[in-house]
Design a protein around this ligand. Structure first.
Ligand SMILES: Cc1ncc(COP(=O)(O)O)c(C=O)c1O
Length: 397
C-alpha cells in the first residue's frame, strides 16, 4: 500500500465522499413543484396526507408533523408537562436537541451513560439516575438502532415516568417486529437531509395517546384551536378560533410535506440499501482487531442512519484526530457523532462536569462516522473500506 495522502501519497479518492447526504430524485422534485403550483404552500392538504402516511408506516395512532426534530422534542416535553423542578433522564451521546428540549420547558436533564458496545443509553445507569423528581426518559435510537424499549417501558411503568423515544435516526427500524413510532409514549422523528428520509427540514411526533395528541397539536400552532371540543367558549362564527394554551409556530409547509411523502415511498428501498452497505462494512471491519464495529441487539431490525467505527487504542498508535485527518486526506468527509452533550460550554455553565458518564466520554474519544447513505455505489463502499484499511495499516501498533 502506498504512503498516506496526508504525508504526500496518492489519495484513494479525490471527491470527498461525505459521511451522509440526501438522496433526491426527479419524483421528489416533481412532488415539490406540484405543491408550488397549487393554492396551498402551508396549512394545506399535504399535511394531513403526510400524517396519515406516517401513521401507516409506524402503526401509531396519531402523528403531528412539525418544522424539525427539535420542535418535535420540544412539544413532546410540553405535552407530558415538563416544568421547573422536573428531572428528565437523557442519553449522553446525542445531538444537543435531545436534552435542550428539557431545558426549554425549565426542566433538568440528567445524563445517563451509554453501553460500550451499542452506544445506546445504558438501562442500568437509567435505573441508578431515577429520583423522586424524575418525570421522563428521553432515549435516543442512536445511529438508527432501537433502544431497549421493553426494559425502558418496564422502568417507566414501575416509576410512573413517560418515555420519549428520540427516533431522529431510526425511521424504518423495527423493535421486536414493531415499527419505531408505535411503542413509546411519544416518538419523535427528524427529517433533516442527512436522515434516512428528508423534508429539507422537518419532524414529527407519533403517539397512541389521544390526550397527548391534543396537547401536541395545540403546542404546534400557538395553542390555537378550531376544534369545538377544545374551545372554552361558544363559537362566534366560521372565522372563530381560540388560543387556549401557549404554543409555538412549529408548522411544516406543504411543499416540505410533499417532499417527505415522496421520500417515504422510497423508505423501504433506502432501508434495504442501508442494510446492504452495513453488511459490506461489517464484513470488512469486524475481523480487524484495530477497530470495533457497533453491536446490534437482536430485538432491533435496524435501518442504519450512521456507520460508526470505534478505534481500539490497544492496537493503534494514533489518536482519533490523526486517524480522522488521515482518512479525510484520502478523499472522505468523516464526522464524529457526538460530543457528550454536557461537555458543551453552555452545559458546563449550568454546572455539569466532565466525568459524569465515563463510558460516553471514552467512546467519544475513539469514534468516527464514515460515509453511509443509500446512493453510495458498491465501488464507493469498497473505496471507503480500502481507505480505512490503508490508514489502519499505517497506524497499526
Ligand atoms: C438524535 C437527534 N435528535 C434530535 C435532532 C434534531 O433534529 P432537527 O435537526 O430536525 O431539529 C437530531 C438532528 O440532528 C438528532 O440527531
Amino acid at each position: 500500500m502506498d504512503k498516506l495522502a496526508i504525508f504526500g501519497g496518492t489519495p484513494v479518492r479525490t471527491d470527498k465522499i461525505s459521511y451522509g447526504r440526501q438522496c433526491i430524485d426527479e419524483d421528489d422534485i416533481a412532488a415539490v413543484s406540484e405543491v408550488l403550483r397549487s393554492p396551498f404552500l402551508t396549512c394545506g392538504p399535504k399535511i394531513d396526507e403526510l400524517e396519515k402516511k406516517l401513521c401507516e408506516i409506524t402503526s401509531a395512532k396519531h402523528a403531528v408533523a412539525v418544522s424539525n426534530g427539535t420542535a418535535a422534542l420540544h412539544i413532546a416535553c410540553m405535552a407530558i408537562g415538563i416544568k421547573p423542578g422536573d428531572e428528565v433522564i437523557v442519553s449522553s451521546i446525542t445531538f444537543a436537541a435531545s436534552s435542550n428540549c428539557v431545558l426549554y420547558c425549565g426542566g433538568t436533564p440528567v445524563f445517563a451513560d451509554i453501553r460500550p458496545d451499542t452506544y445506546n443509553i445504558d438501562v442500568e445507569d437509567v435505573k441508578r439516575k431515577i429520583t423522586a423528581k424524575t418525570k421522563a426518559i428521553v432515549a435516543v435510537d442512536f445511529t438508527g438502532q432501537a433502544v431497549e424499549l421493553d426494559e425502558l417501558k418496564k422502568i417507566c411503568k414501575e416509576h410512573n415516568l413517560y418515555l420519549i423515544e428520540d427516533a431522529a435516526h431510526s425511521i424504518g427500524t423495527k423493535y421486536n417486529g414493531k415499527p419505531v413510532g408505535s411503542v413509546a409514549d411519544i416518538t419523535t422523528f427528524s427529517f433533516h437531509p442527512v436522515k434516512t428520509v428528508t423534508a429539507g427540514e422537518g419532524g414529527a411526533c407519533m403517539t397512541n395517546d389521544d390526550e397527548l395528541y391534543k396537547k401536541l397539536s395545540l403546542a404546534r400552532t400557538h395553542g390555537i384551536t378550531k376544534n369545538p371540543e377544545l374551545m372554552e367558549r361558544e363559537s362566534e362564527g366560521p372565522w372563530y378560533y381560540e388560543q387556549v394554551d401557549l404554543g409555538y409556530n412549529y408548522r411544516i409547509t406543504d411543499f416540505q410535506a410533499a417532499l417527505l411523502l415522496s421520500q417515504l415511498n422510497k423508505l423501504e428501498k433506502f432501508s434495504n440499501r442501508r442494510k446492504e452497505i452495513r453488511k459490506m462494512y461489517d464484513a470488512a471491519f469486524s475481523e480487524m482487531p484495530e477497530l470495533f464495529v457497533q453491536k446490534q441487539i437482536p430485538e432491533s431490525d435496524t435501518t442504519q442512519h450512521l456507520y460508526i467505527l470505534r478505534l481500539n487504542p490497544d492496537k493503534l498508535k494514533c489518536t482519533r484526530r490523526e486517524f480522522f485527518d488521515a482518512f479525510a486526506a484520502e478523499g472522505f468527509g468523516p464526522q464524529v457523532h457526538y460530543i457528550p452533550v454536557y461537555w458543551h460550554p453552555y452545559y458546563e455553565k449550568l454546572g455539569y462536569k466532565k466525568g459524569l458518564c465515563p463510558v460516553a466520554e471514552a467512546t467519544y474519544e475513539q469514534i468516527i462516522s464514515i460515509p453511509f447513505y443509500p446512493a453510495l455505489t458498491d465501488a464507493d463502499v469498497e473505496d471507503t473500506i480500502k481507505a480505512i484499511k490503508k490508514v489502519t495499516e499505517y497506524y497499526r501498533k
